[in-house]
Design a protein around this ligand. Structure first.
Ligand code: F6P
Length: 361
């Protein structure tokens, strides 16, 4: 039986992480289990940096740190986050395990992206502490979950930014190329292109050459701005993983279209997309993930991650939309997502190809 939990956030922060911390601690406390928060991800485990998030009072019940309520709606993570190269090394993981044992911690919740799940897996394999993961990354590139925490908020932010850009684009009869984050995954670009009725989308999954990208963008602008169509705005969403700097893309396309009188601008949304208060959907998902992973740890499960809405696979939980998966399988599926061999990636590319013509209308 787990008696004390540690929770940490790792990798790039994502909206919903704070709500997930709150959920984990509340569920733990409701079952009489104390919780501590590890500061700055796996680095905090190695360096013994933590803060108690519950306090046992005289009657034996647990009080929650009042910061949990204040922070739950905010973006980022109030525990801090980091990418920890040290955690790749066995001796640093051993230092972390020694620290956890010394504090009487026998369950760890890791909230983060695919690198964080790899860290969670390594910790679970090396030590006798139970470890459970909550997927959180705006990139939506984690295997065995349809959606990770932060994706919904990030998409809402992108849609709002593109609506604003569209206002000014229409006023000046301009074409905009808007770059969105996502590392090697085109998910944010793809989903936001549909939601903003963009004219085209550039995805790393398409694997186009430099010249093919220039031709696609120039072709889209030439056709869309033809006098017959009378369009006043062109919006092209470019995923960060398409390895051409946005300003270079703008310059190359302008050169290609030098026969036209066309104004093209580029905007890189960057980290703007990663911040901000979490959306309703991310908060709800955070609450549900928190419940399921604490229940898993209390049931002595380890090396598992909660996944959303893949109900035909994985181990059932008390939530009919959330299943548990071995983290090793999550990591395998994550690799397949990114190298294009996963059915989910192929499906995304197929769906994008199916609507390519629709986007350009
Ligand atoms: O993984 C989340 C993410 O925001 C990616 O979309 C992006 O490529 C990367 O992190 C940026 O990392 P950093 O904040 O270290 O610049």
């Amino acid at each position: 039986m787990v008696s004390k939990l540690a929770v940490l956030t790792s990798g790039g922060d994502a909206p919903g992480m704070n709500a997930a911390i709150q959920s984990v601690v509340k569920v733990a406390a409701s079952r009489g289990v104390e919780a501590i928060g590890i500061l700055d991800g796996f680095d905090g485990l190695i360096d013994r940096q933590f803060r108690p998030l519950t306090k046992r009072i005289d009657d034996g019940s647990l009080l929650l740190d009042s910061d949990l309520d204040t922070m739950a709606s905010l973006g980022g993570t109030f525990l801090g986050s980091a990418r920890s190269p040290r955690f790749h090394h066995v001796e640093h993981r051993q230092a972390a395990l020694d620290f956890l044992a010394g504090e009487g911690v026998d369950g760890v919740v890791v909230i983060g992206g695919n690198g964080s799940m790899a860290g969670a897996h390594a910790l679970a394999v090396q030590g006798d502490v139970n470890v459970a993961g909550i997927p959180a990354s705006i990139d939506n590139d984690i295997g065995l979950t349809r959606e990770a925490l932060g994706v919904d908020t990030a998409l809402n932010t992108i849609v709002e930014a593109c609506d604003r850009i569209s206002d000014t684009a229409r006023s000046h009869h301009r074409a905009f190329i808007v770059e969105v984050m996502g590392r090697d995954s085109g998910y944010l670009a793809m989903a936001s292109a549909v939601a903003t009725a963009a004219d085209a989308v550039l995805l790393p999954e398409h694997d186009r050459t430099f010249d093919e990208v220039i031709d696609a963008v120039a072709g889209c602008i030439r056709t869309s701005f033809s006098s017959a169509r009378g369009k006043r705005r062109i919006l092209i969403i470019k995923a960060e993983g398409v390895d051409i700097p946005t300003h270079l893309l703008v310059n190359e396309v302008e050169a290609e279209l030098s026969d036209l009188d066309v104004d093209i601008r580029g905007t890189v949304l960057g980290h703007l997309v990663r911040g901000g208060n979490s959306s309703f959907r991310d908060r709800l998902l955070a609450g549900r993930f928190g419940l399921v992973v604490v229940e898993a740890l209390l049931a002595e499960k380890t090396d598992v991650m909660a996944g959303w809405n893949l109900v035909e696979v994985g181990e059932p939980t008390s939530d009919s939309y959330i299943r548990l998966f071995p983290i090793a399988s999550v990591l395998e599926q994550t690799a397949a997502l990114l190298d294009g061999s996963s059915e989910i990636t192929m499906d995304r590319v197929r769906r994008m190809e199916a609507i390519q013509g629709v986007l350009a209308l």
